[in-house]
Design a protein around this ligand. Sequence first.
Ligand code: GCU
Length: 426
Amino acid sequence: MRYLVFSLSFIISFNLFAQQTDVNYDENEIPDYKLPKLLITESGRKVKNVKRWEKKRRPELLEIFKHEIYGNIPEEIDISDVIVHEENGVFFDGLAKRKQVEIIFKKDDRELSADILIYTPKDSVKAPVFVGYNFSGNHTISYDPNIRLTESWVPDNPSWGIVHNQVTEQSRGVATDKWPVKKMIEAGYGVATVYCGDIDPDRDNFQDGIHPFSYQLGQFRPGYDEWGSISAWAWGLSKVMDYFTTDQDIDSTKVMVFGFSRMGKAAVWAAALDQRFAMCISNNSGCMGAALSRRRIGETIGIITYHFPHWFCENLNKYSGHEDKLPIDQHMLLGMIAPRPLYVTSATADLWSDPKGEFLSTLEAGKVYELYGKKGLPVTEMPAPNTPVSETVGYHIRTGKHDITPYDWEQFINFANKQFYSQPEE
Ligand code: GCU
């Protein structure tokens, strides 16, 4: 029966997709919508204080996001072994210390390992750290010749020498412009990264990565409310956090989870799930990241579930073309990051990610921060391009395309400085 219902909902969503191939970019074409109320419980009670938020509303919302959007994450998978491949590597003429650690997961005859690459300022005792995934291997973020090459499946990119889904020396440093490591080190921050495909290769194939670790006998893909790739990536970030709590070079109370685009979606979900992350940065995360789904502008649920069905649980298909039926919207996801600092970015030419929808949900999320006596965004209208605004919640829209640039990083560093080092005494 359950299968029948879902087969039907699949057919319906494919039909709806056919009606949605014309992407709307016109604000005037946005259907009337009403956001579900962040601070009213499912039983209709107002949430007026932190206690009710934390005991009632937040858990309620978390359950809905797990069940309807990203999929439930099994609890029982843990790190089995840790191998420190390198403890005291030197980089940037001695400015930074490089560490490379492999975390290994084992179940029956299965084994999965993920490499964490960590740079910290050479002289820092316990460094605050930015942590986020890269898209094509740790070795792509820097020309540092000592970074270990991943053996996981990587999307082909012949111009980078990535063929037959395996990286080669040729792809070293190809993403350097997106990872201004030196800048972070000079500002006193560490940076850690993992290749997303070490945890779950980004393809519609639930036979590799971490998913099979949770299968029952005879199961070949996650069930309708079980984890898609975004949940798997968020889970992976929590496992990295588990490791951080054991690493003396890292201040695990100051770990800032960040992500660009699909990894931005994973970062906000990780921060909502795991409150050990002290700060969250969403860079151009768009549909099913920071942007409101009900606006149906740029990428919609119908489009994203058609092209990237493996990112979500199957339940999300029900809302393709039925965004108004969603019991939640993305401002609630951001609200669950409160009271921890949150920074969201958009880009003027990234209409696919719906900059205005990203701004509006960030603004709305501020209501939860207020419960904690913190301030959300200090503005109510979208700021001009390249004009960052922040209190405990920050936002900017940069001129240019869908990207993560040195300008964005400059703002993240400024925001981190403000949150960690210039808060008035409470
Ligand atoms: C596609 C997808 C977006 C995603 C982006 C990315 O454009 O539609 O949802 O954010 O890829 O990850 O680069």
